[in-house]
Design a protein around this ligand. Structure first.
Ligand code: FES
Length: 679
């Protein structure tokens, strides 16, 4: 048994014997303990901070006395005087082993620190970014053994950091010589190494030891909106987030209309590519300004997007995605240079990583949701729906994961709805309808006061009531169904049938008045029969997609539903179920995952391991193509009813009233005939 002192590291529990005089950083490295260092043990960076513990540790079988570490030295004192060091902390590269000792590595000194995720079901996020800074001391040039500065830098990285091979682009080569001389042959090099790369790339170089923070962008490129999170690559913190409308909307609201634009207009794809890249540069600019950082500090961008957005971002004509067999140019993940995408508002050597697509209709955004929500790691059969203009649907448990995409259209986002609007102050987002009086009460975004409460007029004085947002329209339709204003087929009853003057004729159908501000020059906000139809189409597409995956899995039920997407965060589970958007499960089994695609993008940005993991998951996912599956149509038709024509929704019926009304005959016969024709 070794007589050398025993060193035990917590929280890892790794332990080993080391000769007296061994620096703690060296001991950590030999044991594979996760202890950070940028300066390579020179006492400059303070990333190697450790917390020694003294006393008796029966659990570890050792007793540690004050002399178990070398004395506090001048390097530590200098660092403490200049930058401050928490009492009790030591620099791991300066303190050496003198006796048995327990060493705690605090989270901020761990390279692969864990970032806690909010959703209970979600996996932890481990920091393992592709981009890292390294401090090196480079040999000066020597006439007798002539070598280039880059070659001597590469030698220094190999000798001091065991980094075998590096490459550098022109932006680095141009600044290499002045930087090395300015730093007196010391420099901080920013290196990038993706999980599939065999060598490191030098992205940037600063003179001397440099603490410049490095950032990355996690971008969820949707057909309607583009959301980006500027993320600190040291700790995964989002320092600024921003979203803009996708400017491609002017070429077509949904994906297929953009594909058609490309088919019908020579060069249309190039126009759309230019539009989105210009918007991305503007968005990046906004984020840098907001976070008060230099664009050159942004070292990497990770994208998640659906297949059409994916191709248009890459400058690939999406025409093949508009027709069976929906072939992608590539479904694999991509590692690119920013210049490949004309992204100019980042470091000129920055990298881009695009998550893999699952199939021709199921994109990298669904892959990101799979990474974030990990249905394939759940014991319970979990349905994950990411509701947007297209719904990405995943169904899985530990045995198998299936995925499909369903064309819900923009109705859930308030588009194609007569009083619909984006979720903005003034938009109705919550609605309740009294089943006895048929009177509504509502809340608008920007105020917590209900419309029938004192102070409502004052609360909305600045915003007014302007329309209904996506979550509002879902609540409105579900509340109308529960109040008996709407029958199972989706017909709005006449005033005689419903007993309320809020039902008003609209052509040969009826509309329900939620808010009448016309007396004061405001809007008349109604839910029309056409609105109901648009919602029925959207929810039928969503439910039919889910049912298709359930068929494939050989089940009629799921155990858990996760609503993802920014919009998913605002949907009331009960109302979504009354509408029949999602299968019948207990309400406490319906959870919201927020922007899961964006979270998946952040996870991939912060961890190369996560990138490898999603590539493996995507290879294993069973893809189901809704567009060519004959059963889809049958499921779609059955799902037109509210909540459903054939599925019993037993759990829902036990908690929500679904009056057995029918407005197909009688006073609103016109409406009924019109509906039958339109079907
Ligand atoms: Fe940099 Fe210790 S490793 S200060």
């Amino acid at each position: 048994m070794s007589t050398d002192p025993l060193v035990v590291f917590t929280p890892s529990g790794k332990r080993g014997h080391f000769p007296a005089g061994t620096p703690i950083l060296t001991a950590a490295r030999q044991l594979g303990v996760d202890l950070d260092s940028v300066c390579g043990g020179r006492g400059i960076c303070s990333k190697c901070q450790i917390q020694p513990s003294f006393g008796e540790f029966p659990k570890h079988g050792l007793t540690s006395s004050e002399g178990a570490l070398s004395e506090w030295n001048s390097v530590e004192q200098r660092y403490k005087d200049k930058r401050g060091l928490i009492d009790g902390r030591r620099l791991g590269c300066q303190a050496t082993v003198q006796g048995d000792i327990v060493i705690d590595v605090p989270p901020e000194s761990q390279v692969h620190r864990q970032v806690v995720r909010k959703a209970a079901s979600a996996r932890e996020m481990i920091m393992d970014p592709a981009v890292r800074p390294y401090y090196v001391e480079v040999d000066e040039p020597d006439m007798h053994t002539p070598t280039g500065d880059l070659e001597r830098l590469a030698t220094a990285l190999k000798d001091q950091w065991d980094i075998e091979s590096v490459t550098a682009g022109m932006s680095v080569l141009r600044k290499l010589q002045p930087t090395l001389r300015k730093g007196k042959w010391t420099c901080t090099v920013v290196l990038h190494k993706g999980h599939q790369d065999s060598e490191h790339r030098i992205l940037d170089i600063y003179p001397g030891y440099d603490e410049t923070r490095l950032y990355g962008l996690a971008i969820d490129l949707g057909s309607t909106t583009i959301a980006a999170h500027l993320t600190d690559l040291r700790n995964g913190t989002v320092v600024a987030s921003s979203g803009i409308m996708n400017p491609q909307i002017r070429f077509g609201e949904d994906l297929m209309s953009r594909v058609s634009y490309s088919m019908m207009n020579p060069g249309g794809d190039v126009e759309m590519t230019t539009a989105v890249r210009t918007a991305l540069n503007a968005l990046t600019d906004t984020l840098s300004a907001e976070a008060e950082i230099q664009p050159s500090q942004i070292m990497e961008a990770v994208f998640v997007c659906n297949p059409v957005m994916h191709h248009l971002l890459l400058g690939i004509d999406p025409v093949e995605l508009g027709q069976a067999p929906f072939a992608l140019a590539t479904s694999k993940s991509l590692s690119l240079h920013v210049a490949d995408l004309d992204l100019t508002c980042m470091n000129p050597a920055a990298r881009v990583f695009i998550l893999p697509c699952i199939a021709g209709h199921v994109g990298a955004d669904a892959a990101a949701v799979a990474l974030s929500e990990a249905p394939g790691e759940q014991e319970e059969l979990t349905l994950v729906v990411d509701v947007g203009t297209n719904a990405e649907i995943l169904l899985g448990n530990t045995t198998q994961t299936l995925a499909c995409s369903s064309p819900t259209g923009p109705a859930f986002e308030g588009a194609q709805i007569s009083s619909g609007q984006r979720a903005a102050p003034g938009a109705i987002e919550r609605i309740e309808i009294d089943p006895a009086t048929k009177e509504p009460r509502f809340q608008v975004i920007g105020s917590d006061t209900w419309s029938d409460e004192d102070g409502f007029d004052a609360a909305i004085a600045t915003t007014g009531v302007t329309g209904i947002c996506g979550s509002g329209i879902i609540e409105a339709v579900a509340e109308m169904r529960m109040a008996g204003l709407l029958d199972a087929k989706g017909l709005i009853g006449s005033p005689e049938q419903t007993g309320t003057p809020r039902s008003i004729p609209e052509g040969r159908t009826h509309s329900y008045v939620i808010y009448d501000g016309t007396a004061d020059g405001g809007p008349l906000i109604t839910v029309t029969q056409t609105d109901i139809r648009a919602i029925q189409l959207a929810k039928s597409a969503l439910y039919a997609g889910a049912r298709l995956l359930m068929d494939e899995m050989g089940t009629d039920t799921v155990e858990r539903v996760v609503l993802a997407g920014a919009f998913g965060a605002h949907i009331s589970p009960k109302h979504a179920m009354v509408l029949g958007m999602i299968p019948d499960v207990p309400l406490d089994k319906v959870t919201s995952a927020g922007n899961a695609a964006g979270t998946g993008a952040r996870m991939a940005l912060c961890s190369v391991e996560a990138r490898a993991s999603i590539e493996k998951t995507v290879r294993e996912i069973t893809k189901v193509e809704t567009a060519i599956e004959p059963k889809f149509q049958e499921h779609f038709v059955n799902a037109n009813a509210i909540p459903h024509a054939t599925d019993p929704f037993t759990i829902l019926r036990s908690i929500a009233p679904l009056p057995d009304v029918s407005f197909n005959t009688g006073g609103s016969g016109d409406g009924g005939r019109r509906r039958r024709r339109s079907r």
